[in-house]
Design a protein around this ligand. Sequence first.
Ligand code: NG6
Ligand code: CA
Length: 507
Amino acid sequence: MNKNLLSLMFIVTAFTAAGQTSSKSKANRPNVIYIYADDLGYGDLSCYGATKIHTPNVDKIAAAGIRFTNGHCTSATCTPSRYALMTGEYPWRKKGTGILPGDAALIIPTDRTTLPNMFKKAGYKTGIVGKWHLGLGNAVAKDWNGEVKPGPNEVGFDYSFIFPATADRVPTVFLENHHIVALDPSDPIAVDYTQKIGNDPTGKEHSELLKLKSSPGQGHDGTIVNGIGRIGYMSGGKLARWVDEEVSSTFLAKAEGFIEENQKQPFFLYFTMTEPHVPRMPATRFKGKSGLGLRGDVILQLDWTVGEIMKQLKYLGLDKNTIIIFTSDNGPVLNDGYQDEAVAKLNGHTPAGPMRGGKYSALEGGTHIPFIVSWPGKIKPRVSGALVSQMDLLASFSAYFKQPIPAGDATDSENLMDAFLGKSDKGRSVYIEQGGALAIVKDGWKYITPNNGASYNNLVDIETGNSTEPQLYNLNNDIGEKYNLAAQYPEKVKELASLLKSIEQKK
Ligand code: NG6
Ligand code: CA
């Protein structure tokens, strides 16, 4: 055989082999899109029983996949839940994981295993589009006008298009891979959370300029941007400031761009939407559409946006091989800072479904949220009662990829991949929920630690779950936590209290 023919044969064989591996590995390497709603409650979706609002697009994902009825975030607010999702670690193990101001430093370690860097190691392109709220840079004092880092790109995302904190906090700007989008160097941005800076009017001084009034006593009366008072103060960056009505469609366009660009390789997209967090200011075409006020309108916007992503996946032929995870970072709240008629126009809608409490609460309404997983090629439609947490995705996907997690990392994350793929109804046996107080759940029994916090959050009109008395509920037949059984089952109280202590001390 001549040399040329030999090398031609070699090339052909190599190509075929590569082709085979790539199609084989593709089947084991589905794309993963994690869609995170902000403050969406268990009862806010029609697939979870809402009747006053209809969410056909999310319902479609649920109908094609697994609708978990016992799915959880770790915490009743945003930053800690997101910390746990990223690190696989209970957030209360680390100081400084409470709700962060918009100028906070990054709280995720850059040298540890995270959900995105685990995907990256498994050969995925990773991206975040949406709300971040885990801090940026090494310190509070930072130059927003240069390279802003470390941030999402340093903890595992190849691509990032984010806003730093929440829609109600300054700076009201987008950052794309370290840089503020559309920043005019001659109009630099400065941010301050302690005092007013610059000459922009604040909500406190000029409430007549507001198109959405702040709720008294809730503090959303700092710098006015787009007719809405924010928490904190900023100056400069006039061209870079977002228009609230365009935030959602901006995120959608960037998410679609990421998907399109990476369609030929496995990707992990962390798509963190801002709905229905305050300020609720949807695109004008959604205003008034739900009949439930702006909160309902932004839920319709969220549902529409999810539908657009699904349409795109179908168009690109990616729908069969893409896992969609849809969930929320904490329970629902109505009055969270603005007079947007969320309470007045509720019309009998129950955002927390059958649960008691809501955002900020140690009761189920705080962390018991919608949780849907679909993978049309692989998962059979079903409803699962397995107790699953967002924190478990890290260990679950690591196991799926056969990629061990270094000792000491993601220590609270459990491999529940069989539950996430619908092969088993077995979830966690023990789980800790964080409201103001910690609560532990085991075999359907829930114990909330006694504490001195106020039992009612008057500002937001939500029961906190705080009590100086021990509380014990049997969630198996009392999901609404109506009957405190602590006095009746002192042994159970003791057992759960000591189990909680031992988990808290584990390290
Ligand atoms: C609270 C804000 C609330 C919201 C929340 C964060 C006040 C009185 N309330 O402190 O409006 O911004 O923080 O929400 O300031 S979260 O979903 O990001 O956790
Ligand atoms: Ca939230």
